[in-house]
Design a protein around this ligand. Sequence first.
Ligand code: HH2
Length: 348
Amino acid sequence: MSFSLPDPDQILQPLPRSGASAAQTAPRRSLGGSRHLWWNEARLSGRDGTAAEVRDDAHHGAGFARISAARADLVGLSLNQPRIMGILNVTPDSFSDGGRHNLPEAALARAQEMLRDAEILDIGGESTRPGAAEVPVAEEIARTAPVIAALRAAGITAPISIDTRKAAVAEAALQAGANIINDVSAMRFDPDMAALAAQSGAPIVLMHSVATPETMQKHAHYDDVLWAVRDHLFQRVEAALSAGIRPENLILDPGIGFGKTTAHDLQLLRDLGSFHEFGLPLLLGASRKKFIGAITGAATASERVSGSVAVALQGAASGVQILRVHDTRETRQALSIWQAIQGNYHEE
Ligand code: HH2
């Protein structure tokens, strides 16, 4: 895969249109190979606050090509449509499902249930909710690796990601049968993570966050959150490439709720499309998060299902390839309707 990074001082944000939009005379450019979305104009923003609409690729050919190119398959799964990643936290204290799926039998039952609607599973053994304390490596391995092994032993073949900041935990998970690394610290927490990702050849999610989950909400200050996240992801992609990780193994995530206020989260959700310029798949993890409660008054995580589905649809309409959610069934139903409206419905 030939790979080039975007211009660090400009953001080229495609303005997605869906398949159901009226016929156009302008070129219909593919949005990352999506079956549902296309684009023909982009917003070009500079650091100085300037913004312009661009329609032809005379000066932005490389950026246009990166936005349009089909994304690499994710362990055999085509990313030409939004994919649902079901969250399985095997922790006693996750903010939403903590303590519910710790035993391998309970985890297996929930995994099988989620896989009716999800295509990927994300297994985590350490809560990263705001204020959460670190879990020792051995404990985190003991929580996650046996569950992953049990899922594989039960015949689950779907891609499994391991949600961890620690190389030893990721390594044990990969040995047990996981095939994707999901590192909310984007390889900043553990200096060995980059080498593990490079050697194993496993795809890795690089997420924007600041500080650590314990302290991140004290660091929710940005001049401009969009530029801060973009600069950070730019720098983490550079770090990944220089560690020898292949570009087709990178997935980017703006890190909703990680060191961000509700206003920051909303700005990122509004401008998710600005991250397509990297030419890499995007992951969105907004499920049941605090901003949904802040806006709607839904105080507990389990009351935030409808709001989470609304955010997932915003992700789909923005061209996000992977939606990380707790409520797989509700998200699938909403996504199926959205996809059908985009013109992907055929009578039986
Ligand atoms: N959010 C959480 C955990 N891991 N990974 C990615 N890539 N993106 C996210 O937004 C993200 C993530 C936090 O949510 P959850 O797993 O539900 O809770 P907890 O961290 O308390 O286990």
